[in-house]
Design a protein around this ligand. Structure first.
Ligand code: ADP
Ligand code: ZN
Length: 611
């Protein structure tokens, strides 16, 4: 049995071993158990139902919520020589008629279908064909508790009744306990086998930058992108206008970028998405609307231009990087103004308390001075025994100092203005800036005016963020964002308690903020310690391989990552196969791809080696 599974894995997908839980899940499905699979994005869920579909007799029916997701899956399978089809409203009637015929003839191993279509086909097609299994992808859509609730999904509860003997497999990357139970109940799963894999994505590095000004942020982003020359990434922005402004600026710096948000025409959005998938643009500046429909495996980095509203959203969004298992770099920008705005949104939302709490947890993550991955995993109910060594806190542990005097200066300035000022004015008072509002209100006569002149503006911002998170003052969001000292703040102010602050570290990027970024920096720093390169890879060869992949992709009108994943391409670049036997050994090369692409790649490598 084990042999057969491994053979199927190698033959069709070109992989040599299963990832954790995959084999157990496949075995459970083959035993016709109803099965619930929880795995993080990029964890390898698809193979869990695709291998049973290939081994079992009949057609596997896969319910998927989005046409773009279906398209991606079907392209991927067909690129491995597997008979997969999608039945949905984007096909014309002739295509669908043909497709039905193929299903009836038993020629389709995997049939992707939208939930509406599934219901309408129940009395027809689905009655007439032999079904091996049902897979419900993105199964959290069935639950009102999940974040992508889709009413059509709730009608899937009739499957169990109509098909008592066919196993149902539900798969999702995001489901808390309530959602999980909801999925089981709503699908009427019987004695379900539940598999929950670790949600850790060790290949994603984590970093946070606090309190940067707009121009500093921009500088940091240009610097970051320069390190990721030719590597695709997403920048998530809070507002549509930011995503557009940022896109313009990037374009002016010669970076191929596009904006993506709900305010754009459907066509424009589609184009941005297609261009990104097909490596025609490098960067998408998007609002949260982007990503649900794409399975692009070679997104190499994700930046959050603003703080996300919850850890769930954050984790899902960074999860779009590094799905192929290669390093993905992530960076989160975090500022006081984000908090002020997001708190306002949360306060005005329906589930006010819940949303405030979620935002607070997100804020704690951003302010963390312990391993960030431990915080994330802990949030999702997993505990890590050790630090991750792939987040900025681990790599650069914070140093603390006794910041009592600093805190007292700030709090005293707040007190002396009768708690009427916001952060901006507070910093101006501390720094002794002759700004209009300061002068007009006579704040320049205060005893605290200028007492914090020795501390740069940026450092003050970071200290104030720390003070906010330590609970020394609050921001009255409903009163013009004025600052109010809390009880614990008062204790520090009156010398009854000491305050420990984290030393502000200045990266080179901040000092250079006014200068133009140097564009050529060393390649992605992403963790040679975690992912050591086995053999030195030749950059020139890699670029040639990449170009060949693009050519092959364009010829077939499919995205490059579907021809071969980035990981596979790197493996070819390091192992430099010169024969078909060597080529076949590479992870990710199944029989179909060996036949289809082997010759072209080998020829390129032979030529390259001769030079
Ligand atoms: P998910 O649906 O969970 O987000 P996918 O099924 O798309 O993830 O898998 C993510 C990536 O991992 C794909 O490129 C897939 O081919 C690859 N993958 C899955 N299983 C294995 C395996 N056993 N060995 C190597 N790569 C794998
Ligand atoms: Zn860490």
């Amino acid at each position: 049995m084990k042999e057969q599974l491994l053979d199927t894995l190698k033959q069709y997908f070109g992989y040599h071993s299963f990832r954790p839980l995959q084999e157990e899940i496949i075995t459970s499905i083959l035993k016709k158990n109803d099965t619930l699979v929880l795995m993080p994005t990029g964890g390898g869920k698809s193979i869990c139902y695709q291998i049973p579909a290939l081994i079992m007799e009949g057609t596997a029916v896969i319910v998927s919520p989005l046409i773009s997701l279906m398209k991606d899956q079907v392209e991927n399978l067909r690129a491995n020589g597997i008979a997969a089809q999608a039945l949905n409203s984007s096909n014309d009637e002739t295509t669908n008629a043909n497709l039905r015929l193929q299903c009836l003839q038993g020629k389709v191993k995997l049939l992707y279908i939208s939930p509406e279509r599934l219901l309408s086909e129940l009395p027809f097609l689905l009655k007439d064909i032999k079904i091996s299994l049902f897979a419900i992808d993105e199964a959290h859509c069935i639950s009102q508790w999940g974040h992508d609730f889709r009413p059509e999904y709730t009608q899937l509860n009739i499957l169990r009744k109509h098909f008592p003997d066919i196993p149902i497999v539900a798969l999702t990357a995001t489901a808390d306990k309530i959602t999980r139970l909801d999925i089981l109940e709503q699908l009427n799963m019987r004695s379900p086998q539940i598999f929950i894999s670790s949600f850790d994505r060790p290949n994603l590095s984590l970093a946070v930058k606090r309190g940067l000004r707009q121009d500093e942020k921009l500088h940091a982003i240009l610097h970051f992108i320069a390190r990721h020359e030719k590597e695709c990434g997403i920048i998530y922005c809070m507002s549509r206008s930011t995503s557009e402004k940022l896109t313009n600026i990037l374009q002016k710096h010669g970076i191929k970028a596009a904006a993506y948000h709900a305010g754009l025409q459907g066509k424009e959005r589609e184009k941005a998405q297609e261009d990104f998938i097909n490596d025609r643009i490098q960067v998408v500046c998007a609002t949260v609307a982007f990503g649900m429909g794409i399975d692009k495996s070679n997104v190499r980095w994700v930046i959050h231009y603003n703080l996300p509203k919850s850890i769930e959203s954050f984790y899902q969004e960074i999860g779009r990087a590094g799905r192929d298992g290669l390093p993905g770099e992530t960076l989160l920008f975090y500022s006081l103004s984000d908090i002020i705005l997001l708190t306002k949104f949360a306060a005005q939302s329906k589930q006010q308390q819940l949303n405030m709490e979620k935002l607070y947890r997100m804020q704690q993550y951003a302010e963390a001075n312990i391993c960030r991955r431990r915080i994330l995993m802990n949030y999702f109910g997993e505990t890590m025994e050790e630090d991750c060594h792939n987040c900025d806190v681990c790599k650069n542990p914070p140093e603390r100092f006794d910041g009592t005097v600093t805190v007292q200066k700030a709090l005293s300035a707040i007190a002396r203005t009768n708690e009427q000022i916001g952060v901006h004015t507070l910093i101006n008072i501390l720094r002794g800036t002759a700004e209009q509002e300061v002068i007009r209100n006579g704040f320049d006569k205060l005893k605290t005016y200028g007492v914090g002149r020795d501390i740069p503006v940026y450092d003050w911002k970071v200290y104030l963020l720390q003070m906010l998170n330590l609970g020394y003052f609050e921001i009255a969001y409903n009163e013009n964002n004025r600052l109010k000292i809390t009880d614990s703040g008062r204790k520090v102010l009156f010398g009854q308690a000491r305050a420990m602050l984290v030393v502000v570290k200045h990266s080179q990027e901040q000092y250079n903020a006014s200068r133009k970024p140097q564009v050529k920096v060393t390649k992605s720093p992403a963790d040679s310690s975690v992912f050591p390169k086995q053999t030195e890879e030749n950059d020139a060869l890699f670029e040639k391989l990449r170009a060949l992949r693009k050519e092959l992709a364009d010829r077939q009108r499919i995205p490059p990552y579907i021809v071969l994943s980035d990981k596979c391409l790197h493996l070819i670049a390091t192992s430099k196969p010169e024969t078909i036997e060597e080529f076949e050994k590479i992870s990710g090369i199944g029989e179909y791809k060996k036949e289809k692409y082997g010759k072209d790649f080998i020829e390129l490598i032979r030529k390259f080696n001769k030079h």
